[in-house]
Ligand binder design. Structure first.
Ligand code: DUC
Ligand code: ZN
Ligand code: ZN
Length: 487
C-alpha cells in the first residue's frame, strides 16, 4: 500500500513564509510530507503551472442570519458551496444572540442550521446583543471553553447596538476569558441623526446610505472602541474597515503599542459610493448597500497602504448576501421607501480570493506570501485554528487550493454558486482563479464543479487566540511579517 492517499505533484507551494517548488503528500486527510519529489500515492494530482496554497479561511461571513424582516440568501449549504468553489476550506460565520435570548440557545440554533449541510469546515463567532449578568458571568466563559473563542459587538443598529458601558463590560469579560472581540465601528446616534435628516429632505435613494454614514462616523466609533480597549487592556479586531480615516486610527493605536488589529474586505478596494447611485430603488443602487459603505478610489489606496504595511491582518469577504429582486431582499416593500430599510450586506465569499489576487498580487501591490497570510494563515492564527489550518506543512489538515495564477476570468453571476441573484462585482476582469479545492484531502471543487457534498464540512472547536492576550502578556508571533510596534 502507498505511503500516501494522494500526492500533488509539480506545483509551486506557497505559504505565508515561502514559495517553493514541491510535491505534497496527503494521508488520512492531513499533509504528511512536503518535499522536492515524492513518489507513490494512490491518487496523483498534476499541479504543474499551478500554485498550491492553503485553502482560504474566511473569518467573516454571515449565513442563515436573520436581519430584520429580510431573509439571507445563503444558509450553510449554498454559502459553503460558494465558499469551496472560490477556493475556501473554512468559514467562520456568526451565531447571533437576539435580545432577551440565551446565547447558548442561539448557538444551538445555528448548529442545527449547519449540521449536515456544510461543504467546508466552520466555526462560530458569538454576536452579543444583550450582555446581561448571566451572559457575561456564566454563558460566555462556558462558551469560550467550548471553542467559541471570539465575539462580535456592534456600535450601531437598533437591535444590536451596545452602549459604552456595555461595550466596556463585554471587553472586560473577553479579557477574563481570553476571547478576541471583533468590533463593528459606526456610531449609532450619528447615523440616526443623518438618516432622519436625509429622509426629511426627501433623500431616500440607496445612494444616501453612504451619506448617512460618512467616514467621520466610522472614525469616531473606531477611536472610541480603541479607547475602551485601552481602558480595559484587551486586544480588539476592528472589522470591515472602509477607508483612510478608520485605517489611520488603527495605525495610531498600533504605534502606541496597543493590540488593535484590522480587517478589510474586497468592497473597500473594488466598489465605490457611486455604485449606489440610481434615482430609485429599481436602478440597482441597493445591490451595493453594505455597512460601512464603499468609499472611493482615494480610499482604495489608503486601504492598500494599510494592507501593505501590516495595519490589516485579515482580508475577509463580509459575505452577507440578500437577493436583489425579492420581497425579502434588497427590493422589499419598505426598502423601496428609503435606504434605511435596504438590508445591509453584499455577497462575496466566492470572489474574495480572485479579487485580492488580481488587484494585489498581479498588479504588484502585495507578494504571493502576503496573499496567503491575508486570506488564510492570519485568520487561522488570530482565531485559534493554528497549527491545524492555514499552512502547507506536515501535520496541517490537507485543506488546499490549486490556483492558476495566469487564468483570466470576468466575474459573472452565472459563474457563482451562492444563493444571491447577483454579484456586486459583475463584469470585473480578474487574473488568477481557483482550479481545485481539497478539504482534508478530498477534492470538493474542480473548475467550478462541486464534487463535495453537504456534510463534508464539520464544526471547528477553536482554541483561544494568542492574539487575544492583554498587553502585558508575552508578545505573540508577528503576523503578515509587518506587525506594528508594541505587539
Ligand atoms: N456588518 C457586517 O459585519 N456585515 C454586514 C452588515 C454589517 O453591518
Ligand atoms: Zn459589521
Ligand atoms: Zn459582517
Amino acid at each position: 500500500m502507498s505511503e500516501f492517499d494522494t500526492v500533488i505533484r509539480g506545483g509551486t507551494v506557497v505559504t505565508a513564509a515561502d514559495t517553493v517548488r514541491a510535491d505534497v503528500g496527503i494521508r488520512d486527510g492531513r499533509i504528511v510530507a512536503v518535499a522536492q519529489t515524492l513518489t507513490g500515492g494512490s491518487r496523483q494530482i498534476d499541479a504543474s503551472g499551478l500554485l498550491v496554497m492553503p485553502g482560504g479561511i474566511d473569518s467573516h461571513v454571515h449565513l442563515a442570519q436573520p436581519s430584520g424582516e429580510a431573509v439571507m440568501a445563503d444558509g450553510f449549504e449554498s454559502g459553503t458551496r460558494s465558499a469551496i468553489a472560490g477556493g475556501n476550506t473554512t468559514v467562520i460565520p456568526f451565531a447571533l444572540q437576539p435580545r432577551g435570548a440565551s446565547l447558548r440557545q442561539s448557538v444551538m440554533d445555528y448548529h442545527r442550521e449547519a449540521e449536515g449541510r456544510a461543504y467546508c469546515d466552520y466555526g462560530f463567532h458569538l454576536i452579543i446583543s444583550d450582555p446581561t449578568a448571566s451572559v457575561l458571568g456564566q454563558e460566555l466563559p462556558a462558551l469560550v471553553e467550548d471553542g467559541y473563542t471570539s465575539f462580535k459587538v456592534f456600535m450601531t443598529y437598533d437591535d444590536l447596538v451596545l452602549n459604552d458601558r456595555e461595550l466596556l463590560e463585554v471587553f472586560d469579560c473577553a479579557r477574563g476569558c481570553g476571547a478576541l472581540v471583533m468590533v463593528h465601528c459606526e456610531g449609532y446616534d450619528a447615523i440616526r441623526f443623518m438618516t432622519e435628516k436625509l429622509e426629511r429632505a426627501g433623500r431616500t435613494a440607496p445612494f444616501f446610505h453612504g451619506a448617512s454614514r460618512p467616514q467621520s462616523v466610522e472614525r469616531e466609533a473606531t477611536h472610541r472602541a480603541i479607547s475602551h480597549a485601552e481602558l480595559t487592556d484587551v486586544p480588539i479586531m476592528i472589522v470591515h474597515v472602509s477607508g483612510r480615516e478608520p485605517m489611520e486610527q488603527i495605525r495610531w493605536a498600533q504605534h502606541k503599542g496597543l493590540r488593535v488589529y484590522g480587517e478589510t474586505c474586497p468592497q473597500y478596494v473594488a466598489l465605490t459610493e457611486e455604485d449606489m447611485k440610481g434615482l430609485n430603488m429599481d436602478e440597482s443602487g441597493g445591490k451595493y448597500v453594505c455597512s460601512p459603505p464603499p468609499r472611493g478610489p482615494a480610499d482604495w489606496e489608503a486601504i492598500w497602504e494599510g494592507i501593505r504595511t501590516g495595519v490589516f491582518q485579515t482580508f475577509s469577504s463580509d459575505h452577507c448576501p440578500f437577493r436583489y429582486a425579492s420581497e425579502t431582499g434588497k427590493l422589499n416593500p419598505k426598502g423601496r421607501t428609503s435606504f434605511r430599510w435596504v438590508p445591509n450586506g453584499i455577497p462575496g465569499v466566492e470572489t474574495r480570493l480572485p479579487i485580492l489576487f488580481s488587484k494585489g498580487v498581479v498588479e504588484g501591490r502585495i507578494t504571493l506570501n502576503q496573499f496567503v497570510a491575508l486570506t488564510s494563515t492570519n485568520h487561522a492564527r488570530m482565531y485559534g485554528l493554528y497549527p491545524r489550518k492555514g499552512s502547507v506543512a506536515p501535520g496541517f489538515d490537507a485543506d488546499l487550493v490549486l490556483w492558476d495564477p495566469n487564468r483570466r476570468e470576468t466575474i459573472r453571476q452565472s459563474l457563482l454558486h451562492h444563493g444571491a441573484d447577483y454579484t456586486p462585482y459583475e463584469g470585473l476582469a480578474v487574473t488568477g482563479w481557483p482550479v481545485m479545492t481539497l478539504l482534508r484531502g478530498k477534492v470538493v471543487a474542480e473548475e467550478g464543479r462541486i464534487l463535495g457534498a453537504p456534510g463534508d464540512g464539520g464544526f471547528l472547536r477553536r482554541e483561544r487566540s494568542p492574539y487575544a492576550l492583554p498587553a502585558g502578556a508575552a508578545a505573540p508571533r508577528p503576523l503578515n511579517g509587518a506587525m506594528p510596534a508594541g505587539a
